[in-house]
Design a protein around this ligand. Structure first.
Ligand SMILES: [Zn+2]
Length: 111
């Protein structure tokens, strides 16, 4: 009987540890806010460009034209060295950079 209780305790302990690890993984992620800000800037610049150029919805954004609506008139730099893809109008821009979370888990930058 004692042995069975010990085994049960071990199982409960393992389950608790696994739950704690997945909790930490889910909650410790925080995307680089500087990069998220850049993505938002690019997205709003795309919207302004699309407004000024009717018929561009769904079309690939022209980076040099969209950049005219961004402060500094140039593509912002991702703090983690990611590369921005502007994507078509109506599709959010993406970054190739990753944030490292707890336990080495990685998450791509996104808005
Ligand atoms: Zn990034």
């Amino acid at each position: 009987m004692k042995k069975a209780i010990g085994g049960l305790l071990a199982v409960v302990l393992i389950v608790l540890i696994l739950a704690a690890i997945s909790y930490v993984r889910m909650t410790s992620f925080s995307c680089s806010s500087a990069c998220v800000n850049n993505l938002r800037q690019i997205d709003s610049a795309k919207e302004q460009w699309a407004l000024a150029n009717p018929g561009t919805n769904g079309q690939e954004a022209v980076v040099s034209a969209v950049n005219q609506y961004i402060k500094g008139r140039t593509t912002p730099a991702c703090p983690e060295g990611g590369i921005y893809t502007y994507n078509p109008i109506g599709v959010p821009p993406t970054c190739s950079g990753f944030d490292k979370g707890w336990l080495g888990a990685k998450r791509p930058h996104h808005m």
